[in-house]
Write a protein that binds this ligand. Structure first.
Ligand SMILES: O=C(O)CCC(=O)C(=O)O
Ligand SMILES: [Mn+2]
Length: 203
């Protein structure tokens, strides 16, 4: 495993392990997830309109790691063994157990993710989110909510980015469109849903 880098940014805790997963192994995992994934394209409500998200996603985790989004309760798909194995490695590096992972599939540079923070109450006030990238390199942008300053880094196959502390509270992030990118990328964001029993589905 490679060593990590730490950036000194205002109100932000960012750790970065280049090639945390060795690129050959990252390529194998990418292929398996592309072929076997239960990829979905849910719609979200924006200004009263139902809009399909501009990428595919797949939610995986412990059976009770549910979360509520846009008035819908999402239940995770069970862990796949190869993802559970990576989750253990990522947990060891971060010193935290993750009970779920949101996988995002960007089929090419047209798929993207808009500005947002992962600040849902289920993640707690200072969530530690570990983001592993597989496949095509994409730009990852960060913007301070008050100061407006920006930070950008390319996320390449096998790279692990950890966002912790006040990062979600004070910063937004995005993965913009990149017309030149023709290959797929999968990003796994390992998360810890707090007190999952509070969000259990009614019988
Ligand atoms: O694809 C990425 O690198 C970011 C994913 C992300 O921000 C999220 O899943 O909330
Ligand atoms: Mn995010």
């Amino acid at each position: 495993m490679s060593h990590f880098l730490r950036w000194q940014l205002a109100d932000c805790e960012l750790l970065f392990w280049p090639a945390f997963v060795e690129p050959l192994q990252a390529g194998v995992l990418l292929r398996q997830l592309l072929d076997q994934g239960h990829w979905q394209q849910p719609t979200i409500r924006i200004y009263g309109r139902e809009v399909a998200i501009p990428r595919r996603q797949w939610w995986m985790g412990d059976a009770d790691a549910c979360y509520r989004y846009s008035q819908t309760l999402f239940q995770p798909d069970p862990w796949r063994s190869q993802v559970a194995d990576v989750a253990v490695k990522v947990s060891e590096a971060c010193g935290q157990r993750f009970n779920s992972v949101l996988l995002n599939l960007y089929r090419d540079g047209g798929d993207h993710m808009g500005w947002h923070s992962d600040d849902e109450p289920e993640l707690g006030p200072q969530p530690l989110i570990a983001s592993l990238s597989l496949g095509a390199t994409r730009r990852f942008l960060l913007r301070h909510k008050q100061l407006g300053c920006r930070f950008e880094l390319p996320l390449a196959t096998g790279d692990l980015l950890v966002m912790a502390g006040d990062t979600q509270r004070q910063w937004s992030h995005a993965v913009p469109k990149e017309a030149r990118v023709q290959h797929p990328r999968i990003n796994l964001t390992f998360r810890t849903i707090i007190s999952p029993s509070a969000h259990r589905l009614e019988p």
